[in-house]
Write a protein that binds this ligand. Sequence first.
Ligand code: ZN
Ligand code: ZN
Length: 411
Amino acid sequence: MIPPIDPAQLDRLAEVAVRVGLNLQPGQDLLLTAPSTALPLVRAIAVQAYRAGAGLVTPLISDEAVTLARFRNAPDASFDRAANWLFDGMAAAFDANTARMGIVGDNPMMLSAEDPAKVARANKANSLAYRPAMQKITTFQINWNLTAYPTPAWARLVFPDLPEDEATRRLAEAIFAVSRIGGDDPVGAWAAHNAALHARCAWLNGQRFAALHFTGPGTDLTVGLADGHAWLGGATTAKNGITCNPNIPTEEVFTTPHARRVEGYVRATKPLSHQGTLIEGIEVRFEGGRIVEARASKGEAVLQKVLDSDEGARRLGEVALVPHSSPISQSGLLFYNTLFDENAACHIALGQCYSTCFVDGGTLNPEQVAAQGGNSSVIHIDWMIGSGQIDIDGIGADGSRTPVFRKGEWA
Ligand code: ZN
Ligand code: ZN
């Protein structure tokens, strides 16, 4: 019997994740988080990491049944708790130059039947405890990477009409294809892809747009860009000097919007899978950078809870451009996973900004980031607003307009 996930391809994915994604250095330690269903990739990554000279590989494994045991049995007070000691340890590990890899592949609907109030409280407690360590990741204190493993529960959701083995095979093939590991020279393919993304960033950085104007069905949105913003995409050099590819796959170029200069209305073009709930048909209106009206045809209660997470949750922290012709978009699949779905379409993110998306971003303190328009929040949630029908103009400081996208493609 042919296994649904080709072990040779999985080894290649692990090698690309370690050598291109992390660019793990000899002697560097690695902290790895993964669901228990992704253990075959955890093991393959451990092999590749030690071959690359890793000092110590430490996996932290989560498990769906253990998570559900909490939601169904724990006392009420549990949902305001988080394992602070663990997150403090992660922050200490990053201070000691430990690289970070996250393997995604959890069942996206894991918490869909649980009490949304408990889910929101648990997420908030976790986000607060994780924040110091998370900031070291988002500010690229260390090299980090997210890579995906085709778990059966995820595959069943993406291919609901197929038997589990066939669904897993199809999801594995899709992940391998968009992760660019198929050719003779995946490392070279990634170098070419990074060069193309960097050329887009150089053009946008040269334009110094004050705002982007998105128009399309249900959308007329002006997204002001932060003062001194910088576009990033593809490989990024972390503050420890190591150039990594934080996301595999990646198709986006992105920057920081101005948290107080977003006006108009926008309609999501894909459902948003948020920690176990599918939020569909999102429509919001911004005034002065803040969401003042929000609707969803499905999952609206969860959306409203997300928006009430904190003051920054109603403002934007990211705007990203992805052509409709990207391989992930062309796969036609809804992955129910941000790492994939955000690379299928132009998107915006509610919440925390990336302070690296500024000119000399590494030198700015949080007050300077805020003064230049960078948003701050415990959440960062991407949702898709791009399609083959979206036009985008860049608006200069003098009000001049430059076509950036036409019908979903670079103009
Ligand atoms: Zn993004
Ligand atoms: Zn994002």
